[in-house]
Design a protein around this ligand. Structure first.
Ligand code: SF4
Length: 637
């Protein structure tokens, strides 16, 4: 049996492991103790090998034939696609084409995707799914720090004396990080969690600030107020642009004033703030709970002001968690509408959400989507599907059929990460090589190879690569932060961590001087991530453990609300949102917040995003579909 070193293809932690290969098949995994994750894997990492030879894999190029697809050769599909793209470009101009890059394919795949969009198609319309989940992080951290990665390594968490988790649930979503948090706690660290829900993470906390959904902004400014009025803000914080104004603004957010609007007792806000201020090595971990709420920019600015006040940027660390394995790399190598490789500013193209609006208007005629289930990931599914039906060409490159391939004109089969060499960048900025373990399924190819072939069919030069390492070398020349990376370096266990420099230049300007009106009627639905699955579930629903443990969608409702509605566990409720209805089975949670319900986004036939409004927010140029007001009723029959 051969052992081949690789990186987990799921979340942003990039855990190292070995694939066990027997007679050309991946048959299991083995732990890799020397890797930064010390061999630890969660249920997804343990079962990741099941994706490689999964019977659902797309094994051959497909061309639409009426309602179905017919199999085609690579030559036929590339000829058809290249001709259509050339036709669109000459008929409507290059801006009539959009490209959505993947956040789970390799750096080389992503680098060539943006190169193809910009240099071959000539379109600035290139973006990646990070825009939907982390637009506020991209907007603030790229300009503020020069990069949107963690400012510390993951092992730093273990030596922290205070872990402050806001809008994230690492015990369910990033379990290997949870292990580090527990170790810190065992050594005496305090764990403070801000979350409207009771989750595995909040159970392990010392202080749970059970904030009302969307009220993080007021809560975080209130904590800043406590620290500033206690004269405990770090000296260096006052040098951060806008910090003084943030402190001044926080005067209107004293704990007693915001207790009602946030739902958190003033006493608890004070205690959490003072513990944070007294910390010598604070770590702040945040995720979609902050970055996908309608006030994401303000909430993140408040979090950054608070972080500056307690020394996170000098003695601690900031970790923005995302749920796909190469969100970081895809952004680093230039798959963003406003930044090219290495975050070099570029003439603005349309963001992912803006592209869909342009498709709906008929301004974009052809769309290429790489490794991303766009239909399942966006709010207002009907609007997105109708928009995509307008396209003259929808080309999807992926491993499995998704809700998006159902509308595609052509589908190009991509290799799984185990079938080719490539590098992936985790949340720390750690670039690691995943080695090829087995031959591709059927006629699947690595994305970088598909893109190179397509460029050649379109008559372009500059895409002659003899292997992945050629692409890798080119990207290290174009991505300034990657300039020290070498093939040997990224091939070592643990890879290489990219260089980070510069100080904190975050602008805190634009913080809202007021609190928002209460507009809620009915229930507030939170869309999020649950245990074992990831993202919209196109990969994890195919894992045996995840599909056995969490086989179907559910809605979490607290015991009191369930009693009021006469619901028992397993009943079905109808959920009416602004853009549609869903029927889903009830899961009763003992200590949830009254008026607040939760649904995971992992099941495409019952995805809470699908019934939410498609509204693009200024500043982040993305929809922020974390919450929506819904009506609930017990389903009859
Ligand atoms: S924590 Fe993330 S990277 Fe690690 S094994 Fe689990 S899914 Fe993979």
């Amino acid at each position: 049996m051969d052992k081949v070193r690789t990186v987990c293809p799921f979340c942003c932690l990039g855990c190292g492991l070995q694939l066990l290969v027997d007679e050309g098949k991946v048959v299991g995994v083995e732990y890799l103790k020397e890797a930064p994750n010390e061999g630890a894997l969660c249920s997804r990492g343990n079962t990741c090998f099941e994706l490689v030879q999964h019977p659902d894999r797309i094994a051959t190029p497909l061309i639409r034939a009426g309602e179905a697809f017919r199999e085609a050769s690579w030559d036929e599909v590339l000829r058809l696609l290249s001709q259509k793209l050339l036709e669109m470009r000459s008929k409507y101009g290059s801006r009539s084409i959009g490209v959505v890059a993947s956040a789970r394919m390799s750096n080389e795949d992503c680098y060539l995707t943006q190169k193809f969009a910009r240099e071959v198609l000539g379109t600035p319309n290139i973006d990646n799914p990070a825009r939907l989940t982390h637009a506020a992080t991209l907007s603030l951290l790229i300009r503020g720090l020069g990069y949107p990665w963690a400012t510390c390594t993951l092992d730093f968490v273990e030596s922290s004396d205070l872990v402050f988790i806001v809008g994230a649930n690492p015990f369910d979503v990033n379990p290997v990080l949870a292990r580090r948090i527990l170790r810190a706690r065992d050594s005496g660290a305090t764990v403070v969690v801000v979350d409207p829900r009771r989750t595995k993470t909040t159970w392990k906390s010392d202080i749970h600030l059970q904030v009302k959904p969307g009220r993080d902004y007021e809560l975080l400014l209130s904590m800043l107020n406590v620290i500033a009025t206690s004269k405990m803000a770090r000296e260096e914080a006052w040098k951060v642009e806008g910090f003084e104004e943030a402190v001044k603004l926080s005067e209107g957010f004293a704990p007693e004033k915001v207790a009602e609007v946030t739902g958190v007792e003033a006493r608890l806000i004070r205690e959490a703030a003072l513990r944070l201020a007294l910390s010598k090595r604070p770590v702040v971990i945040y995720s979609h709970g902050v970055t996908q709420q309608p006030k994401a920019l303000s909430a993140l600015k408040a979090l950054l002001a608070l972080s500056a006040a307690v020394g996170v940027f000098s003695n601690g660390g900031l970790i923005p968690l995302s749920d796909q394995n190469n969100v970081q790399g895809s952004c680093d190598v230039g798959c963003l509408a406003d930044f090219g490789p290495g975050y070099a500013p570029v003439e603005g193209g349309l963001t992912l959400a803006e592209m869909i609006e342009a498709v709906a208007r008929g301004d974009i005629k052809a769309l290429m989507v790489v490794g991303f289930d766009l239909v399942a990931s966006m709010p207002d599914r009907k609007f997105v599907e109708e928009a995509l039906r307008n396209l003259e060409m929808l080309a999807v490159i992926d491993l499995f059929h998704t809700e998006t391939t159902k509308l595609a004109h052509v589908v190009l089969p991509a290799c799984s990460w185990a079938e080719y060499d490539g590098t992936y960048t985790n949340v720390e900025g750690r670039v690691q090589r995943a080695f090829k373990a087995v031959e591709p399924v059927g006629r699947a190819k690595p994305v970088w190879m598909i893109i190179s072939d397509l460029a050649k069919y379109m008559g372009s030069s500059g895409f002659n690569y003899s292997g992945w390492f050629d692409v890798f070398r080119e990207l290290t020349e174009r991505v300034s932060q990657y300039s020290d990376l070498t093939v040997d370096g990224v091939s070592k266990v643990g890879g290489q961590v990219v260089k980070k420099g510069g100080g904190l230049k975050i602008s805190l300007e634009g913080l809202e001087p007021r609190t928002w009106e209460e507009t809620q009627r009915g229930y507030l639905l939170i869309a999020g991530r649950g245990l074992h699955h990831l993202g919209t579930g196109e990969l994890t629903r195919r894992l045996s453990f995840a599909s056995r443990e969490v086989p179907e969608p559910y809605i979490e409702i607290c015991r009191d609300d369930a009693a009021k509605m006469g619901l028992v566990e397993g009943d079905v409720v109808e959920v009416k949102g602004p853009k549609g209805d869903l029927k889903v089975r009830v899961k009763i949670v003992p200590k949830g917040m009254s008026g607040v319900v939760f649904m995971p986004i992992h099941f495409p036939t019952c995805n809470p995003l699908s019934i939410m409004k498609y509204e693009i927010f200024e500043g982040v140029r993305a929809p922020l579909p974390k919450h929506s007001v819904v009506e609930l009723s017990k389903a009859v029959g």
